[in-house]
Design a protein around this ligand. Sequence first.
Ligand SMILES: *Cc1c(COP(=O)(O)O)cnc(C)c1O
Length: 382
Amino acid sequence: MRFATRAVHVGNEPDDATGAVAPPIYLASTYAQAGVGKTKGYEYSRTQNPTRERLERAVASLEGAKYGLAFSSGMAAISTVTGLLKKGDNVVICNDVYGGTHRLFNKVLRNYGITFSTADATDEVRFNTELKNERTKMVWFESPTNPLMLVLDIRRVARAARDYDLISVIDNTFASPYLQQPLRLGATIVVHSTTKYISGHSDLIGGALATSDRTLYQRLKFLQNAVGAVPSPFDCYLTLRGIRTLPLRMEQHSKNALAVARLLQNSRKVRAVYYPFLRASPYYRQARRQMKMGGGMLSFRLRRGFRSAQKFLRALRVFSVAESLGGVESLADHPARMTHASLPDEERKALGITDDLIRLSVGIEDKADLTEDIRNALAAVS
Ligand SMILES: *Cc1c(COP(=O)(O)O)cnc(C)c1O
């Protein structure tokens, strides 16, 4: 079956007992046993839950993976993956990664003797030096990155990791599996904040991972139960409900974002636009090779810094000023003062996250209303 059919049907099969087309939500924490140890495959809902299993099958199917696991947040999925590491291990983190991921490595895992080094994956010589380090066990990357929409060559990063016998983990939250399926390009594990595009309606916090490596899956499933950061059955249901429209939403997000990016590109008040599906983007060719469309995320710089940014954000009517992304509604973020405010000043500057930068999560509203909103907000900038 093709992607859109799988998005509707996998994990959404009619209920065995009643034929209900919308499957029931199993809220039970525990399951009656016919005799001691005589179960129907379910003992306790941290370990197994039928609603969660539906979601896990759906996520695996979307990523073209053999196995999927669901978690209570993106960070819960990410920290469960880091449970594969032990004291003395090093992780190579490529380019920019989600702030919460950086914080987990820097402020939590460091206390357990797990180190990380950062490397620019586009600088092949330095990147290989980091991978060669015998303590390195894992490579962690994102593409496109947040907030500057850098596109890494997924196939090349995954292959380099494989050459050194390392686990490669890609956070595929920004693209969603509709736009790219990194396991098919050689990555070992894909993680998601399902809070974003996969559930798609800004009404839950969730995470997931997918892999086709059986041994790793068994270790991760053990960790899921041992660590215990599992999602509620209701959130699993909502996520499944969102997945059914993922293809439609991603098409609309991508069309709207491209229109907004083109509009910004043509404004004299805008200094730079970061959207990989703009022909002028340095990542255009790489993005076209590995992504189906450009997705809903973009960022741009206004001339004259923070004052302009403030005026622009205040003038928006359809876009809400808010953190997070990936929902049906359009959001605008000021990374330096909002999502990335916790980074030390120096580091933020080094990443290019300055006061003139605005990040947009372009929703699925009518394209004309979104471009009109942006045009009006630009007009408010002197
Ligand atoms: C939001 C996000 C996360 C964290 O997910 P939560 O669901 O908020 O825990 C991780 N990675 C990326 C790229 C994100 O955007």
